[in-house]
Design a binder for this molecule. Structure first.
Ligand code: HEC
Length: 263
């Protein structure tokens, strides 16, 4: 009888402990499931204790706005979401006011624009997908709201594709005119023109805006837009983990007490 009960409690404790570890690591397992051959980098937000470098997220937003927003939407993000990066509503209002929102028609029936406000979702660059495709040799610049969540779309890949443009070898055959040679793109060709330029942006926090830095910052920003609650989830995970250890200890303790008289 005792022999049967003891392994059961120990088994229960170990199971609880393992479940906790799974709950902590499980959400990052997908991030680690990357395909393709491109350089792996270290990111502060990967791993069970990961947090975002919010200065990098803020710089990444500036890169997105300057170098990506003319083609890609981030339609599920509101300007106000930037509060999570540590910006105040006044600062965000100033950023939003730099962008124009379509706001119905004017008296002549022409499109009327107004300045964006903190309440708005980020504006789309094209009126619809058809126009977007026509402007990009038939390829749709995808919405980047959740891109970094997709398998193969993680920060390493985003950085690689942004830095992977090279001069095409003489013998290389493009499937279609208007494509660009990129060593990390499928078939080594992509419809997106190289979006980042050296000195294309000046950071206000003194960080030097090399192409590599811009790529890292925008990849960090896109990871944040895809997982804005990551840090919160990690905090809850850790609390569950500590709670689990507590329960495991309690089970062992109760078991000892209950069976202490049984000889
Ligand atoms: C001139 C328009 C344009 C700009 C500017 C632009 N992109 Fe793109 N992007 C595209 C198009 C078009 C595609 C689809 C390419 C294809 O399917 O060949 C694309 C594809 C992508 C992809 C997916 C690549 C893949 O392998 O599927 C990512 C990631 C991406 N862009 C990120 C960015 C980021 C980040 C920026 C800003 C730094 C940016 N893009 C700027 C047009 C653009």
């Amino acid at each position: 009888m005792i022999m049967k009960k003891i392994p059961l409690t120990v088994f229960a404790s170990i199971t609880l402990f393992l479940l906790n570890i799974v709950s902590l690591y499980g959400q990052d397992a997908q991030s680690a499931n990357q395909t393709g051959h491109y350089p792996k980098q270290s990111w502060g937000f990967i791993g069970p204790l990961g947090t975002y470098d919010m200065a990098s997220v803020q710089r990444g937003y500036m890169v997105y706005r300057k170098a990506c927003a003319s083609c890609h939407t981030i339609k599920y993000m509101r300007y106000a979401d930037l509060q999570q990066t540590g910006l105040t509503l006044e600062q965000i209002d100033k950023l939003a006011a730099m962008d124009r929102m379509l706001d119905g028609k004017d008296a002549q029936g022409l499109d009327h624009y107004r300045a964006a406000t903190v309440e708005d979702f980020l504006p789309p660059p094209y009126a619809n997908d058809m126009i977007a495709k026509n402007a990009n040799v038939g390829k749709l610049p995808l919405d980047l709201s959740r891109y970094a969540m997709t398998v193969g779309g993680q920060a390493d890949y985003i950085t690689a594709i942004l830095l992977g443009y090279r001069k095409a070898p003489e013998s290389f055959h493009f499937d279609q005119p208007g494509f660009y040679y990129n060593i990390y793109a499928a078939g080594h060709q992509i419809a997106m023109p190289p979006p980042l330029t050296k000195d294309g942006i000046k950071y206000t926090d003194g960080v030097s805006a090399s192409i590599e830095q811009q790529a890292r910052d925008v990849a960090t920003f896109l990871s944040w837009t895809a997982h804005p609650h990551l840090v919160e989830r990690h905090r809850i995970g850790i609390m569950i983990f500590i709670y689990g250890i507590f329960v495991a200890i309690l089970i062992i303790f109760v078991k000892r007490k209950v069976w202490s008289n049984v000889k």
